[in-house]
Design a protein around this ligand. Structure first.
Ligand SMILES: Cc1ncc(COP(=O)(O)O)c(C=O)c1O
Length: 412
């Protein structure tokens, strides 16, 4: 690599490189001897978008409007109205909810929603509390902006659920926000409505923001309590809550980059200043497609059907794991699993799984910035990526690992 004559930003130098490409370098060494690579690494939808959405998108993408900038960085008003209506319906947060189009901004994906939110509410040197393990792009964003990540440890014995009391002890005058992801990436843990409400109360008491990333919200299935929370029915929600959502998973359109921020109009003003500079507007074809009258609500039964399919995959995955493998938590797209090999850390195990048996999964180490590598034994499986046949294939290959010399299983 040739050297640069100029300096890089301090923020970027201190930020980890995206970890998923590293996992793909392991997979390149797999010879294919057990069949095609079974990829359970990335959290990407295993299903195509619904056909009504595909048709609307192909029409929208050649419409004259789709070639132009939008009039507002907040996004297509008709789509924001449809989203607000859906969020207040039985299908999502329940009819007591109060969300309007003025509370919503559309962004180029949920990662952009997070970056813009953080830029609008924190400065270099401020602190943001993130439960560990975290969604690595959240921590990378904070690091790039020279904002201090304050880790809030979660533990297997508590199902990777964060503690409100422990969080309280981490709050300082520099704290600007608490970030929660539920259903969680990477653990799959789903936080109860009561816990989410307690975190809201804590944030409200300390006059800091509660950022709630609900990218996987539509994959909550019974018997898990639904709606996931009733914060939008709380008359004070706008003082404290910043809700983030991604269209990537529920509508199976990650390539079209659409996300959403729900927050007070008083926060939307600074947020749109950031969005105007970063994205000008979110991609228009997908916004125009989803703005077709009645389309968004007509897609809901398909979203529910996908959630049921995923529920079956999760149940199958939990049932058939070979001996020694232990599911610590599971929900949404992910299962968080402890491997059974003696004296091996998760990075080593994931590398071997990719190279030797063609199963690509991510070590928990990737979700805590590399810390704790030596003793880490948890692995994230993205259950959404594989169909039932793929999951059975993963099971067979995990069993084969026991045949690899030197890979001794820990017996209880
Ligand atoms: C918790 C969480 N937030 C945000 C995103 C990014 O979503 P988008 O594709 O809308 O940027 C992901 C994607 O994996 C995620 O897991």
């Amino acid at each position: 690599m040739s050297s640069l004559a100029f300096k890089l930003s301090r923020g970027i130098i201190n930020t980890i490189t995206p970890p998923i490409p590293l996992a793909y370098t392991w997979a390149e060494k797999y010879t294919g001897k057990h069949g095609p690579l079974l990829d359970m690494s990335q959290g990407s939808p295993g299903n195509p978008p619904q056909s009504a959405l595909q048709s609307a998108l192909s029409a929208a993408s050649i419409s004259t409007d789709s070639f132009r900038y939008a009039n507002s960085s907040q996004g297509e008003l008709v789509l924001r109205q449809a989203m607000a209506e859906e969020m207040c319906s039985d299908a999502v947060y329940g009819p007591g909810s109060d969300v309007t189009a003025e509370d919503l901004s559309l962004t180029a994906g949920c990662n952009m929603a997070f970056v813009a939110t953080i830029m609008a509410l924190a400065d270099a040197g401020d602190e943001v509390i993130l439960p560990v393990p975290w969604y690595f792009n959240h921590q990378m964003t904070l690091s790039m902006l020279n904002i201090t990540t304050v880790p809030l440890e979660t533990r297997p014995e508590n199902g990777f659920i964060p503690s409100v009391a422990e969080c309280r002890a981490l709050i300082t005058p520099k704290t600007r926000a608490i970030v929660l992801v539920t259903p969680n990436n990477p653990t799959g843990a789903i936080y109860s409505p009561g816990l989410i409400h307690s975190f809201f109360a804590l944030a409200h008491e300390h006059k800091i923001a509660l950022i709630l990333d609900e990218t996987y919200r539509d994959f909550i299935t019974p018997p898990t309590p639904f709606p996931p929370h009733t914060l939008f029915a709380n008359p004070t929600w706008r003082s404290t809550l910043i809700h983030l959502f991604s269209f990537s998973k529920a509508y199976a359109i990650p390539g079209h980059r659409l996300g959403l921020v729900a927050a007070s109009p008083s926060f939307q003003t600074p947020l749109t200043t950031v969005l105007d500079s970063l994205q000008i507007c979110a991609p228009r074809p997908i916004q125009l497609a989803l703005s077709q009258p009645g389309l968004l609500s007509s897609l809901r039964p398909g979203v529910v059907e996908t959630a049921c399919t995923l529920e079956k995959r999760r149940a199958l995955f939990g049932r058939i794991l070979p001996r020694g493998w232990h599911v610590g938590s599971i929900g949404g797209y992910f299962a968080f699993v402890r491997h059974p090999f003696k004296g091996r850390n998760a990075v080593d195990v994931c590398r071997k799984l990719a190279e030797e048996v063609g199963v690509l999964v991510l070590p928990a180490t990737f979700f805590r910035g590399g810390a704790g590598e030596a003793s880490e034994s948890w692995i994230r499986f993205s259950v959404a990526n594989c169909d039932e046949e793929g999951i059975r294939g993963v099971y067979e290959r995990l069993e084969r690992c026991e045949e690899i010399p030197g890979w001794e299983i820990e017996t209880e």
